[in-house]
Design a protein around this ligand. Structure first.
Ligand SMILES: Cc1cc2nc3c(=O)[nH]c(=O)nc-3n(C[C@H](O)[C@H](O)[C@H](O)COP(=O)(O)OP(=O)(O)OC[C@H]3O[C@@H](n4cnc5c(N)ncnc54)[C@H](O)[C@@H]3O)c2cc1C
Length: 499
């Protein structure tokens, strides 16, 4: 692959992180008509390519299909939904509903195609999968500034800027080359996602705040103490619970540091008491003693609206997680912002290896988008590709780069990847968009709103704050163009107009 820049030195991973301006310097040296190379035409790559192209930037979109597919793919078209055909909840009181609405208002290709191929799904946005993917493909192929090439990319391209959007099942060769740049600690192959409970659903009388041996501040953790009977019943329930079967490409080969809870329980009835349920050093102020076992909750957001269950990654089905976790003192009525999972997922330790422009600190000009950054889900992956497309176009055109406001779902999702959050640092795990990523609302007349009203107020705030960003990024123009051409959207194979 031709490049005006020398290849990255193999020692790049050990060099000191470069500032974001290093990426800008690369881009400033680029010939104005040189295309941006995007690897992967999934959710993120497709949206990123469209947003760049709509803003006048030429794109080379390298996609391995149909020559090669990931083990989860079945279609030869782009933006494939490999499992569910749902883009999840549509309501504004649902964080992903808000994210979709923001994308829609900002001129997202994926949202236009999803709305054009939607099927009835109650309160969710579901699509006819092949029609959606076919429509995205035909829109990208027809764009005069996008050149699609079939290529399985085995190394990080030399071209700058380039965007890697190869998704959760990034192949071994490219992943190994990425490790050269980010170091082996910077890339994970499996996620280990712990559930998150809302603070207001915790029974606070049943729990106590303390750190182990009172180190690190008295209230660093919320502790759910168990007596012997409660622990035994919890282990029995874990062992008997229904689990999600691994896919054929997912070996039941987990990292020892992040084993699913039930796998630990299978190793012996005491294993959990020496692992995530270790009670040592946790003095219950009501008894003055350490409990028999103890589940720890760690604060998820600065406002303390949500807590994650430490070490509770699990392959139990979601209904089973809710049933089994209800046995934990303090969590009998818990409401979950997210449930646990462990699956094959290639993603970087974003807070450490990415800068705020989504470029690799160790390789300026190499941007990441989609699930490989540490966002999770079709919509979130598309959203990260959207933000990168918009901001990279600004940078390439020499404009001031304006990231989405933190109060919007786009900005909140991005904040999950930045070093400046509680979620950053060691133990970074992918996440869907959830309300705890948003800045808290100021109390109204000293009172906190009820949950539903609070989410609605956060959504209202987001849509107001989005407006100036749409002006700053030229999104209105792109949206007008997208809706202008919506009348030409056709359901592939049917010849039937959709808009
Ligand atoms: C088994 C499975 C089930 C899932 N189920 C759901 C679900 O139900 N709901 C949900 O919201 N999310 C689900 N996800 C997550 C979902 O796949 C992602 O969130 C989303 O598709 C990621 O978008 P992306 O653009 O980052 O990657 P993808 O959509 O995976 O796109 C990556 C693209 O890059 C191409 N590519 C990869 N490597 C190369 C290479 N070396 N050279 C050239 N091209 C390459 C691929 O062919 C693909 O087209 C699932 C993931 C998996 C693995």
């Amino acid at each position: 692959m031709a490049s005006e820049h020398p290849p990255e030195s193999p020692s790049a991973s050990s060099s000191a992180p470069e500032s974001p301006s290093a990426s800008s310097a690369h881009e400033a040296r680029r010939a104005p008509d040189e295309p941006v190379v995007i690897v992967g035409a999934g959710m993120a790559g497709s949206e990123c390519a469209w947003q760049l192209a709509e803003r006048g930037v030429r794109v080379r979109l390298l996609e391995q299909k149909p020559a090669r597919r990931t083990p989860a793919a079945h279609l030869d078209t782009f933006a494939e939904m490999v499992c569910s055909n749902s883009m999840r909840g549509a309501a504004m009181t649902n964080a992903v509903g808000l994210l979709k609405e923001e994308l829609r208002r900002a001129g997202s290709l994926l949202m236009a195609c999803a709305d054009a191929t939607s099927v009835p799904a109650g309160g969710a946005l579901a699509v006819e999968r092949a029609a959606f993917s076919g429509l995205v493909t035909s829109r990208l192929r027809a764009h005069p500034r996008i050149r699609v090439e079939v290529a399985e990319v085995l190394e990080v391209p030399d071209a700058r800027p380039c965007v890697l959007a190869t998704g959760p099942l990034t192949g071994d060769a490219l992943a190994a080359d990425l490790v050269r740049l980010v170091g082996s600690a910077g890339l994970a192959y499996y996620d280990a996602i712990a559930p998150i409970v809302t603070a207001e659903s915790i029974e606070w009388d049943e729990v106590f705040r303390a750190s182990r041996y009172d180190k690190g501040g008295d209230d660093a953790y919320v502790n759910c103490p168990m007596n012997r009977e409660q622990y035994e019943a919890f282990v029995d329930a874990l062992l008997a619970a229904q689990k999600v079967a691994p896919r054929e490409f997912e070996e039941a080969r987990y990292f020892e540091g992040c084993l699913p809870l039930e796998v630990m329980a299978e190793r012996g009835r005491e294993t959990l008491r020496f692992g995530p349920l270790k009670p040592v050093g946790l003095t219950d102020p009501r008894t003055g003693r350490w409990p028999y076992a103890c589940v720890q909750l760690r604060q998820e957001d600065p406002a303390g609206t949500a807590f994650n269950l430490v070490g509770f990654q699990s392959r139990m089905t979601w209904p089973e997680q809710m049933r089994v976790f209800a046995l934990i003192p303090g969590l009998a009525k818990a409401e979950y912002a997210r449930l646990g999972s462990v699956h094959r997922n290639t993603f970087v330790d974003a807070p450490t290896v990415l800068d705020e422009t989504l470029a690799l600190r160790a390789a300026p000009g190499v941007y990441l988008a989609g699930q490989v950054t540490g966002v999770e889900g079709y919509v979130e992956s598309g959203a990260s590709g959207f933000v990168l497309g918009v901001t990279l176009a600004q940078r390439l055109r020499g404009e001031t780069v304006t990231p989405p406001p933190a109060t919007t779902a786009l900005g909140a999702l991005l904040s999950h990847l930045l070093p400046s959050t509680l979620r950053g640092g060691p133990g970074f795990q992918p996440s869907n968009v959830v309300w705890s990523m948003f800045p808290a609302l100021p109390p109204r007349e000293g009172k906190r709103l009820q949950k539903r009203d609070r989410y609605q107020a956060m959504a209202d705030r987001a849509l107001i704050d989005l407006e100036p960003w749409l002006d700053a990024t030229g999104a209105r123009l792109v949206r007008a163009q997208a809706s202008g051409s919506a009348s030409t959207l056709e359901r592939p194979g049917s010849g039937e107009a959709l808009a």
